[in-house]
Design a protein. Structure first.
Length: 338
């Protein structure tokens, strides 16, 4: 499948956004899917062998805690033998957002290229996002019930942010992963107008909105379908931040490993955002999906209210950033380094 379509026309960013709002899509590549469906798969954004090598590095990182987890022994998939991983598969402490293998994935040309095409902009910044270890059949964690949401403030409509994840293991219909509500991004404004007076599911950031039962009914009544996105190792999954989505845990024998990769034009971030982002980078802290670092995380994982004894505050293997990757930190775009 072609992932390297050459775009000959130059498109102003606002036109890209307009096309991503479903008007006259005719890029001849994944952007048409994105505009129409609110999500897309870029096949082979990373060569398969390299994707499997990254999955291997994720396994080694888990084994490196020396808590008893062994990749070939499913009986060792237990919270006592692993660092803190939520029932949704999210792992975000321990400096993991800046491990070398995570930065290597963020810097993969096929991944960065896809975002450059969507934004028609090479001056991008990247999120210092979590990574995901979804193991099948876990009974040591609460069940991962559907948590349909969008990662965009409903009061700020229109296309604002493209989210992504790089899938690293074979991910078929039973292997858990991303579930999206096809086409609902195009109904987003109408939806939020109709739901304006509904009681909201509490959110810790305005850039998150949870879909209630009533909201789910609205989507069904408007003909929207939920779709499980299947992928091979090295495929990049993209979705518009307005698209309702959640993830499911795998049901078979294959784990679901992925690395979240989200980029936005540096022009959409303020200098204050970039200062916060620099601080996060220098202190090995994570962010949400939003690359403008409005919220930065902490490396203090807590288990049952107590600090995890295995907390660490820097990556095991520090990243080696080339020029392109360093620009993605936003630091070179700071007007004053003070
Ligand atoms: O793990 C996933 O597929 C999606 C998680 C999620 O909601 C997100 O990354 O915003
Ligand atoms: Fe999300």
């Amino acid at each position: 499948m072609s992932t390297t379509t050459v775009i000959t026309e130059t498109i102003a960013p606002q036109n890209v956004a307009m096309r991503l709002d479903g008007q006259d899509p005719k890029f001849g590549d994944f952007r048409d899917d994105l505009a129409r469906d609110g999500f897309a798969v870029v096949k082979g954004a990373i060569p398969k062998e390299r994707a499997l090598k990254y999955a291997d590095e994720m396994y080694s990182w888990l084994e490196g805690f020396n808590l008893g987890f062994k990749r070939d022994d499913p009986s060792t998939v237990h919270k006592d033998k692993l660092p803190l991983i939520s029932e949704k598969g999210m792992c975000m402490h321990y400096g993991v957002a800046h491990e070398k293998f995570v930065w290597d994935v963020r810097s993969e040309p096929g991944v960065v290229d896809a975002f450059e095409k969507v934004y028609n902009d090479k001056d991008l910044i990247v999120s210092f996002d979590a990574i995901n270890f979804g193991f099948p059949n876990r009974t040591d964690l609460p069940p991962n019930k559907p948590w349909p949401h969008q990662d965009q403030d409903p009061s700020k409509p229109g296309f604002r942010c493209l989210q992504g994840l790089v899938n690293l293991l074979p991910n078929g219909p039973e292997d858990g992963g991303l579930i999206v509500c096809r086409g609902a991004h195009l109904l987003s404004e109408e939806f939020h107008r109709d739901m304006a007076d509904e009681e909201r599911i509490p959110a810790w950031t305005p850039e998150w909105y949870g879909y209630t039962e009533n909201g789910m009914k609205w989507l069904a009544d408007h003909g929207c379908e939920w779709v499980k996105v299947c992928a091979e190792p090295g495929d990049l999954l993209l979705w518009d931040s307005r698209t309702p989505h959640y993830n499911l845990s795998p049901k078979g024998s294959t784990p679901r490993f992925c690395i979240y990769t989200c980029y936005m034009p540096v022009a959409d971030a303020t200098q204050e955002d970039l200062v916060r982002k620099k601080e996060a980078f220098e202190n090995w802290l994570g962010t949400t999906h939003w690359p403008n670092a409005r919220h930065t995380g902490s490396n203090v994982a807590k288990r049952d209210g107590k600090e995890c004894p295995y907390n660490r505050f820097k990556p095991v293997q520090e990243p080696v950033l080339g020029e392109r990757a360093y620009k993605l930190t936003g630091i070179p775009y700071l007007k004053s380094q003070a």
